[in-house]
Design a protein around this ligand. Structure first.
Ligand SMILES: CC(C)(COP(=O)(O)OP(=O)(O)OC[C@H]1O[C@@H](n2cnc3c(N)ncnc32)[C@H](O)[C@@H]1OP(=O)(O)O)[C@@H](O)C(=O)NCCC(=O)NCCS
Length: 177
């Protein structure tokens, strides 16, 4: 079967051998997202948190599936006091799918959603050692012909143990859609 990605009911070729879809998640996707995180370097949260995000923030979350299996996702929300910002809480891609542009497609799907019609900035926090994540967000800024402002956000001292790096804020925008 020829591989396609479905975005907002439109299809485009993503990979010649695989069929991928980008969808709004439902609560049933939460545990698979949690399992994907379990296998990655992302902060592990409770399964409840993913199920809750899928249920109450589906409009600003995207799940990528290959043959009905979750292979990537973003969980995000629009802060109530900053309606022009979408804050990316976590983005993850299964190791089998990395380096193919999937995370970039997931971010573009997110900002094209109706729920993001007033959004002009994308914000995320990234640890200094996470080169893949930094490359992803800088590429997003480049592709949208805008800037990526990096600043201190959550210093190490805020975290309860010594095992968490500081989190830097990556604020990308403004961008047009
Ligand atoms: C970060 C992550 C989501 C990127 O997913 P992906 O689908 O491989 O990303 P893309 O293919 O869209 O790549 C986007 C850009 O990042 C770059 N990139 C991806 N992985 C990279 C790596 N390990 N090192 C350096 N650059 C990397 C790509 O080369 C591309 O930039 P370019 O086109 O200028 O070369 C994925 O590596 C992942 O799930 N990591 C573990 C979880 C995590 O750290 N999430 C982010 C914190 S919230």
């Amino acid at each position: 079967m020829k591989g396609v990605v479905t975005i907002n009911n439109q299809t485009a070729t993503l990979n010649p051998t695989e069929a991928l879809t980008l969808e709004k998640p439902s609560a049933k996707d939460g545990s698979a997202m949690w399992e994907l995180v379990n296998k990655s370097s992302l902060d592990q949260n409770s399964a409840y948190k993913y199920i809750m995000m899928c249920e109450y923030f589906a409009e600003t979350c995207v799940v990528a599936k290959e043959d009905d299996q979750v292979v990537g996702f973003v969980t995000a929300f629009i802060p109530p006091e900053r309606q022009d910002v979408v804050f990316v809480w976590q983005i993850g891609v299964d190791s089998s799918q990395r380096g193919k542009g999937l995370a970039s497609k997931i971010l573009n799907e997110l900002i094209e959603r109706d729920a993001c019609r007033d959004v002009r900035y994308l914000e995320a926090t990234v640890t200094p050692s996470n080169e893949a994540s930094q490359a992803l967000f800088k590429k997003f800024a480049r592709e949208h012909d805008t800037t990526c402002e990096v600043s201190e956000c959550f210093p190490e001292e805020l975290f309860p143990s010594d095992e968490h790096e500081a989190e830097l804020s990556f604020l990308i925008g403004p961008f047009d859609k």
